[in-house]
Design a binder for this molecule. Sequence first.
Ligand code: FE2
Length: 219
Amino acid sequence: MSAVTVERDSPESTQKRMEFVLPPLPYTQDALDPFVSARTVAVHYEKHHRGYLEKLTKLIHGKPEEQKSLEQLVRTAEGEIYDNAAQAWNHAFYWNSLKPGGGGEPQGELRARIEDAFGSYGELEARLGEVATGHFGSGWAWLEVDSGGRLRVTATADAGNPLREGGTPLLAIDVWEHAYYLDYLNERERYVEAVIAHLLDWQFAARNLPRAASGTGPR
Ligand code: FE2
């Protein structure tokens, strides 16, 4: 879904406002079952994701922020506008980070970058699981290229987003309880393991790689 992978610089405000409309899911609501159930996707997408966009639309109505792209708001806004803009961006990115029949191991340039940064895909998998499971409270686990061009696993609290620090997200895992509670109750680790093993879309991650600064990273 292009809205989260392509920076919108067009001065055409109508196009920008389209970003504040709930983007379609890239698959049907039952497509991630049994790892993330149709019920969870329905509530998460129809209530939570939609809710952030509706709140954002109200918050920016008649304000200069209404003319900015969603990504510009994630990079620059503060307070409630930031929180709702980032949650809208993060959720669109999260849905695209998953796919039915995902998981497995990345190939090509991304795999080489992972092996340079982490030693092996297995090390990355372990690190991602540890960070996503261990993050205290609501938030997000990310595979990102940081502002120095280094591939790394990070967690952000609440609506946090690596764009804020000059990073480029490659993949996101939502670790708010609403992402997993209906399916796994409090067992976040089981949700994280299932997402990593069966749902992560490594082709989506690879498509985000060119957006990252070449930087001074390991390659
Ligand atoms: Fe969420």
